[in-house]
Write a protein that binds this ligand. Structure first.
Ligand SMILES: [Zn+2]
Length: 408
């Protein structure tokens, strides 16, 4: 297998008395990315992989390896969770600063329908917080992947077919992070991010304090190139990103004109795949979203991830595919409301305590979206991340109940 790895190293150049500049020395020329359609609706084939479907929310389970030498490298849970929130906002076009996208680019901005969750099940099937904290004797890590190996002072990867591995460590001051590209070695698969640019809360480095380093690196992990194609007026393999002469840094003013053709509105320097400051990048395009989703398609390098349920409770089992011909049972004393629902759905058991009961959400095609154990007598489910459509909720009571839910 050809190896594509460690092609992105974000470096700082410190100018005397000036702001720090983000510089990415990525060599993405060897990237082999599946470019198939993300809209093919073949579901199950030979009992193994399945293809993505057009409106499917692709959920990527994440494990965070905090490898620390000093206390300040051992960042808080709150800082870690803030990064997951940033990822879901940025990949979902839910980031508040999406409103800063210039009007000429606004119709190009896209929700990738890719989301991230912290793993609840470890590789052996046991419950986990999805956050590993490990002390190392190494004061800092270089870009040599030592952080990915316990024997080298880091922490071994979890199965990269089922988890996105994110290592957070001290990278020695210059580098912000780097990504392994699709198709690389499983034991090195994932992204490495410096501890003080991870998340959007906590003691973070100025200019890189909104969690966009991880957004950028994970987009590389999903096969995206830099927007300038890593060469003068280069091609990033995406049709709806304008050619631009080179990278931008800091926080340019719009429009920033390049000398490349087809660049009438100037550079898309606010794209997450340029090198501008965190506060000045705010969008992926539809073309970038299609390319990233293609990685999960049937022939894509991360297709296995579609069958990963590592964010589900290990206590809950898998559910069968639905038979739409069967009438929906109407259980006594069980209610879901409101229906249709926009953000939060309540499941109430009437007089019955639902604690410990499992619920599962499926698409109408039988794709399992989420499975959780209810922890309280009445459950309130956040369904805001689901795209509009019809879903089924299976509630595993003694009589096993299936309910239809409409998301607005
Ligand atoms: Zn990069």
């Amino acid at each position: 297998m050809r190896i594509f790895l460690l092609l992105c190293s974000l470096l700082f150049l410190i100018f005397s008395g000036a702001n720090a500049q983000r510089l990415c020395t990525s060599d993405m020329q060897a990237v082999s990315v599946y470019k198939g359609s993300a809209n093919n609706a073949n579901l199950l084939q030979n009992g193994k992989g399945r293809d993505t479907i057009a409106s499917e929310v692709i959920i990527v389970p994440v494990v965070i390896h905090i490898v620390y030498n000093k206390a300040e490298h051992n960042i808080s849970d709150a800082q870690i969770l803030s990064q997951i929130e940033v990822l879901n906002n940025d990949f979902g076009m839910l980031n508040l600063d999406a409103s800063n996208v210039p009007s000429v680019f606004r119709n190009k901005a896209a929700d990738s329908k890719i989301r991230f969750c912290i793993a609840q099940t470890d590789p052996s099937g046991k419950p986990t917080k999805g956050i590993i904290r490990k002390h190392t004797n190494l004061i800092s890590f270089q870009g040599d992947d030592a952080v990915k190996f316990s024997a080298a002072g880091g922490d071994d990867a979890w199965d990269s077919k089922r988890y996105l591995n994110i290592w957070v460590c001290n990278m020695g001051g210059r580098s912000l992070g780097y990504a392994a590209l699709p198709g690389g070695e499983a034991v090195k698969d994932g992204v490495v991010i410096n501890y003080d640019v991870f998340g959007s809360t906590g003691p973070l480095r100025a200019s890189f304090n909104k969690g966009r380093t991880a957004t950028h690196e994970i987009a590389h992990w999903l096969g995206l190139k830099h927007i300038w194609g890593d060469e003068t007026c280069g091609d990033d393999g995406v049709d709806d990103t304008p050619r631009q002469r080179s990278y931008n840094y800091g926080c340019p003013s719009f429009p920033r004109l390049s000398t490349c053709t087809s660049n009438g509105n100037g550079d898309m320097f606010m794209n997450f795949m340029d090198l501008t400051d965190d506060a000045c990048m705010n969008m992926f395009t539809h073309g970038q979203a299609i390319k990233m989703r293609g990685i999960f398609a049937l022939s894509g390098q991360r297709n296995d991830m579609l069958l990963s349920y590592q964010c589900d409770s290990p206590v809950a089992g898998g559910g069968p595919l639905l038979d739409e011909q069967k009438p929906m049972p109407v259980p006594s004393g069980l209610y879901i409301y409101p229906n249709p629902v926009r953000n939060y759905l309540t499941i109430a058991g009437g007089g019955t305590d639902l604690s410990g009961v499992t619920y599962t959400i499926y698409t109408t095609q039988g794709i399992k979206i989420s499975e959780q154990k209810i922890a309280t007598p009445n459950a309130q489910l956040n369904v805001s991340f689901l795209p509009a459509g019809v879903y089924y909720i299976k509630i595993r009571t003694p009589q096993t109940t299936m309910l239809k839910m409409v998301k607005l």
